[in-house]
Design a protein around this ligand. Structure first.
Ligand code: NOJ
Length: 688
């Protein structure tokens, strides 16, 4: 094996002013033939990856501070019509490099991201006659690591069909895991989280967040999923998690041709739950911005003709309760203009919703409005009032129907100046039988992003593929669902999301990126729906009012909805917080947290001095003392506090809210008294 030192590769187009010198590397050329393993450590030396062969099989392992995190775990593949890859191999060459630079996000939970990692590229060849070759590339950061497989072009591996990826994560510790079961057909990640030891896991989705018994936080996920199948993890009693990819309709997992690279498999590592956020590991493993001009991409808050359909006040379908009428939309545009919202989402505007819209996916038109919806006139009226319509493309998984209309649909949005679209994929499989999270759909979502970017449209995807950091390359990929969102509080048969739900989402689903959770329901008991057929256990929002406000800070989204019917905000002093809260952040700091129990997060507005704090708790009330030491020294702020009021309780009395103001500075410690299922939202307004 040959060990080489390479010029440090710049994998990022860093903003020139921000680029920090690329550090030199320390690799000594060695005759590595005698070595069975090679190692690479993070810049701070704490995370160490070992790669090697054992009995001819390829493996890797991970340690942090000398403690084992991942025991020797297998790497490799199984193919249709070809022998497996990963056994009977030898390491032929290694190459090292280091990157140390800072790049700027056009928008995000932080403005600047530091990418400092050591890379080790290990070239592997089969010793047998077939002589297939591939590289495994490891990038090790202070906050974790990523690795991926790269297949160079070669006659012995030209085009291929992967039937399984053999990557394994053999956990050293029977850590506690927070998980949702992987079901690629029906749930679309919309499940409540369970927590149990790793040794008890079924097949689960990623990100998979774990806490070891000796207090290390470990999150397994993936980054830069572009032309591959989504990765699930299958548990076993001995703590091995095996990759199980989502299949095509014919059972194959991934079709490809060399040269080919897989997504990164990522392992985030932290000493405290608080340090898991902001999670930028995956962003650092995605290619830089591919769009030349991003000036049209603007985070914003929005309202919409939406909640009314979920509560039964309106219908998507045409008829007497049709929500998407010209009159209703004008009312929402006026409300948005008067309250500083950037967008108005209108669902049910287009032909195709009548009858069973989930089964009749092929009937959706993405260009033809219903006759009572004056699309052109409303787009013009919205622009006149300084607001944008947000388009809606529900496909019901009729992806083939959507793709046939894709160019026309986005050309229409572009012509009307509609700068954002919400897409939707309700339904089990595509017309051709492909699952939500397989390679077919992953390709589809990327295609939509590209067409949207070409037409100057931002995307908010519902029933999406999980977030693997594509917003770095396509900053028009704003936000997505991929979780049990607020809508379950309108109709879920189990009565809605339990109070702990968002305290888990913060450390699982939202680690890699934004969530369109749609907070801000003030009519917590949902009394303004018309009733309609309601499930047996009447659903409702299971939070206090103050917690609805806190979610704007806790659950990051650059497109952030005020979800309720606009009339429910009238005369509500608490609405001021939603008007004030930004959607783009300079910095993010988790001040205190316990996964599944509570979260207190502070974020500084992008390009401004104000900070905002969101604190949420599960069904337990609790009092927290929070020092404001993150504020700049010597600067005064006015804290505008929206706290749970006297007697507030998510179940018995969710409405009391105490709004107050007090001067604070970096030396202040604030007491947060959170009601059961409650929360607190604070604007820290820089004093003049
Ligand atoms: C499910 C989405 O999550 C929801 O927001 C939307 O209203 C419906 N699909 C209809 O598209």
């Amino acid at each position: 094996m040959r060990e080489q030192m390479r010029n440090p590769r710049r994998t990022h187009r860093a903003a020139p002013a921000l680029a920090i010198a690329v550090a030199a590397l320390l690799a000594t050329a060695v005759n590595a033939c005698a070595q069975e393993t090679v190692q690479v450590a993070s810049p701070d030396g704490r995370n160490v990856v070992t790669v090697g062969t054992q009995d001819g099989g390829l493996f890797y392992s991970v340690e942090r501070d000398g403690r084992k995190i991942i025991l020797p775990s297998r790497l490799g593949f199984e193919f249709r019509d070809a022998p497996p890859l990963g056994e009977g191999v030898e390491l032929t060459e290694t190459e090292r490099s280091t990157v140390d630079e800072t790049w700027e996000q056009p928008w995000g939970e932080v403005a600047r991201v530091h990418d400092h990692h050591n890379e080790l590229r290990v070239s592997v060849a089969e010793s047998a006659e077939s002589d297939r070759r591939f590289d495994v590339v490891f990038r090790v950061f202070d906050d974790g690591l990523g690795f991926r497989y790269e297949f160079p072009e070669q006659p012995a591996l030209a085009s291929f069909a992967i039937t399984e990826e053999l990557t394994e994560f053999y956990l050293a510790n029977d850590a506690r895991a927070w998980w949702i079961e992987a079901d690629d057909v029906t749930h679309r990640y919309e499940l409540l989280y369970s927590s149990s030891p790793v040794s008890t896991l079924p097949t689960v989705h990623t990100p998979l967040t774990m806490e070891t018994h000796d207090g290390v936080f470990v999150v397994i996920h993936e980054a830069n999923l572009v032309d591959y199948a989504g990765m699930n993890l299958t548990g076993s009693r001995d703590r091995r998690l095996n990759v199980s990819l989502t299949a095509w309709a014919d059972g194959v997992k991934v079709y490809g041709e060399t040269p080919f690279v897989t997504p990164w498999r990522t392992i985030e590592l932290a000493d405290r739950a608080e340090d898991l956020v902001p999670a930028v590991l995956g962003l650092n493993l995605n290619p830089p911005n591919a769009l030349d001009d991003v000036s049209w991409i603007e985070p914003m808050k929005y309202v919409g003709i939406w909640w009314g359909m979920h509560t039964g006040k309106y219908t998507w379908a045409s008829g007497p309760r049709h929500g998407a009428t010209t009159e209703n939309t004008r009312q929402y545009i006026d409300f948005a203009a008067e309250n500083g919202f950037g967008g108005v989402l209108v669902e049910g505007w287009n032909v195709g919703w009548d009858g069973n819209w989930i089964e009749n996916a092929e009937l959706f038109s993405f260009t033809e409005p219903y006759p009572d919806y004056d699309l052109e006139g409303l787009a013009a009226y919205a622009q006149e009032r300084g607001v944008g319509l947000i388009g809606h493309h529900e496909t019901s998984m009729g992806v083939e129907n959507y793709e046939r209309q894709l160019e026309d649909a986005f050309a229409l949005l572009s012509r009307l100046g509609i700068r954002a679209v919400k897409t939707g994929y309700v339904g089990d499989k595509t017309a051709e039988g492909h699952a939500h999270h397989g390679q077919y759909m992953v390709r589809h979502w990327r295609k939509v992003l590209e067409v949207a970017a070409r037409n100057g449209v931002m995307v908010n995807a519902h029933e999406p593929i999980k977030d693997t950091g594509e917003r770095r390359t396509y900053p028009n990929m704003m936000t997505r669902e991929g979780a049990r969102g607020q809508e379950y509080n309108a109709w879920a048969r189990d009565g809605g999301n339990p109070p702990e739900h968002e305290t888990i989402l913060f450390f699982t689903r939202t680690l890699p990126g934004p969530l369109d959770f749609t907070p801000g329901v003030f009519d917590i008991l949902i009394e303004s729906g018309i009733g309609g057929p309601r499930p047996p256990e009447t659903p409702r929002v299971r939070t206090t009012l103050a917690k609805q406000l806190a979610l704007y800070v806790v659950l990051y989204s650059p497109l952030q909805m005020a979800a309720d019917l606009v009339e429910n905000y009238e005369g509500q002093p608490a609405f001021q917080f939603i008007r004030d809260v930004p959607v783009d952040w300079e910095r993010t700091e988790v001040l205190d947290a316990r996964i599944g129990d509570y979260v207190v997060v502070a974020r500084q507005e992008r390009g401004g001095p104000d900070w905002f704090i969101g604190a949420i708790t599960d069904e337990e009330g609790r009092t927290l003392e929070i020092p404001l030491s993150f504020l700049p020294e010597g600067k005064g702020f006015v804290a505008e506090i929206y706290a749970d009021g006297e007697g507030a309780h998510w179940l018995n009395d969710p409405f009391p809210i105490a709004i107050s103001q007090r001067p604070v500075d970096a030396g202040t410690t604030l007491t947060f008294a959170l009601a059961p299922g409650g929360g607190q939202a604070i604007r820290l307004r820089a004093a003049e």
